[in-house]
Ligand binder design. Structure first.
Ligand code: PA5
Ligand code: NI
Length: 193
């Protein structure tokens, strides 16, 4: 762990493993209850277990005042008509924000809070998304190339996956005639539930 100011590259693929402290790969099998179309999920798993997204983390001590950062890379593709996406989470320390900066690709950041408000912001290169405190967030790749974003959040925030898992995100993003479409979860066709 460094305790003097430092810099690191985020665009050079060949340096990713040395620039970051940790590399996580999330495969389809770890997202079992996330996608709506169970049949499409089964079919995909029968022919392999593809990587859906990767995270490179630049870790810092998990104390107030420090900032954790890293890269999120969501692969292009879909399970049935539902685009590849991250698990999504609240921060365990709810009152903590996060910034995403899109470097490559196209997508959406789906957000919601515990009062029932929802928000969707667009990822495209050069665009920043500010996730205000107390909002759950999930990245969705609606494009044909990797969706690469740089994120920064308070290092003491923690990840709470259970709270959003208990209900599921209220909105989902499906390809309808090739166009990303926001759908209320209750109105997802039966076969997709
Ligand atoms: O903290 C964040 O919001 C990101 O680093 C995410 O962890 C990353 O995009 C992967 O998503 P998730 O943690 O929901 O699997
Ligand atoms: Ni987060």
């Amino acid at each position: 762990m460094k305790f003097r100011p430092y810099g690191f590259p985020i665009l050079d693929l060949s340096q990713r493993d040395t620039a970051f402290d940790n590399h996580i790969e999330r495969r389809l099998s770890s997202l079992r209850n996330k996608f709506s179309d169970d049949e499409a999920m089964r079919e995909m798993l029968a022919s392999g277990d593809p990587v859906i997204y990767e995270v490179y983390e630049s870790r810092r001590p998990e104390v107030a005042g420090e900032l954790a950062s890293g890269l999120s890379i969501v692969r292009p593709g879909s399970v049935g008509a539902e685009y590849f996406m991250t698990k999504g989470h609240y921060h365990s320390v709810r009152d903590t924000a996060e910034i995403y900066y899109c470097l490559q690709g196209q997508g959406l950041l789906l957000m919601e809070n515990e009062e029932g408000d929802t928000a969707v912001e667009e990822f495209r290169p050069g665009r920043v998304i500010y996730v205000t405190p107390c909002w759950a967030h999930r990245s969705i790749n609606t494009g044909r190339e990797e969706l690469v974003t740089f994120f920064v959040y308070p290092a003491n925030a923690g990840h709470d996956y259970e709270a959003i898992d208990a209900t599921g995100f209220r909105k989902q993003i499906f390809a309808q005639n090739g166009v990303p479409t926001i759908v209320e979860r209750a109105s997802v066709p039966k076969r997709l539930q």
